[in-house]
Design a protein around this ligand. Structure first.
Ligand SMILES: N[C@@H](CCC(=O)N[C@@H](CS)C(=O)NCC(=O)O)C(=O)O
Length: 219
């Protein structure tokens, strides 16, 4: 059964893979990290391109099953390990809102913040997959003002994804830290799982920088 198979998370610290690791911590399942040093370009080497031809993390392998893309990984893992209750069941009326927020993240929020980061003109509302940045951010604000979580009282895997995403996008000024976002981020980011992953990431990054510098000096 897939559920009892070993889990490998293809990982690099302080990247989008951190959220997938936080989810595994919250699901309380054993996993191993396959760490890629992006500062040394390991994600573009053939060994990793055989896992994800896009050279992007996260990717997760559970037994024979490989999943890439943050939304896909959250959806898959939270369903595979339902015990902590981070995924409304297929028959739960809240399943629709849950899946919507997971997909809004990848289909709307990521393109919106990347457009802003690249200072790209997004085009008209009907040309843009997220309509407009303001419409998207207002929709998120409305959901979080009602709070405390995206689905109301219930914490789901979608909150881990969004809490972490708001943390890095507000930190670099791509998204304004509206009061509802601030309160939500504090709620999510104070979780022990996130604190643990952030602390271990900081140490890992320092090791990667030193290794990349040694490789450069030796070349
Ligand atoms: N669409 C992917 C994007 C993942 C992504 O952009 N990951 C970055 C790290 S934050 C990456 O792997 N970059 C390595 C590279 O492009 O060389 C997802 O949502 O999982």
């Amino acid at each position: 059964m897939t559920k009892d198979q070993p889990i490998t998370l293809y990982y690099s610290p302080q990247t989008r893979a951190a959220g997938a690791r936080v989810l595994l911590e919250e699901l309380k399942v054993p996993y191993q990290l396959h760490v890629l040093n992006m500062k040394a370009g390991e994600q573009r080497q053939p060994a990793y391109l055989a896992v994800n031809p896009l050279g992007k993390v996260p990717a997760v392998r559970v037994g024979e099953t490989l999943v890439t893309e943050q939304g896909g990984i959250y959806l898959y893992l939270a369903d595979l390990f339902p015990e902590p209750g981070l995924a409304p069941a297929l028959t739960d009326p809240e399943r629709g809102a849950y899946v919507r927020w997971l997909f809004i993240y990848g289909s709307c929020f990521e393109p919106a913040v990347v457009d802003r980061y690249m200072k790209r003109e997004p085009g008209s509302m009907n040309e843009t997959p997220y309509a407009s940045y303001d419409a998207l951010i207002d929709m998120l604000d409305d959901a979080l003002k009602a709070g405390p979580y995206l689905l109301g009282d219930r914490l789901t895997a979608a909150d881990l994804l969004w809490g972490i995403a708001l943390h890095w996008t507000t930190m670099i000024g791509l998204v304004e830290a509206r009061p509802a976002f601030q309160a939500y981020m504090e709620r999510i980011n104070s979780r022990a799982s996130i604190q643990k992953v952030m602390a271990e990431d900081a140490a890992m990054v320092a090791g990667h920088e030193a290794a990349a510098a040694r490789m450069k000096a030796a070349s």
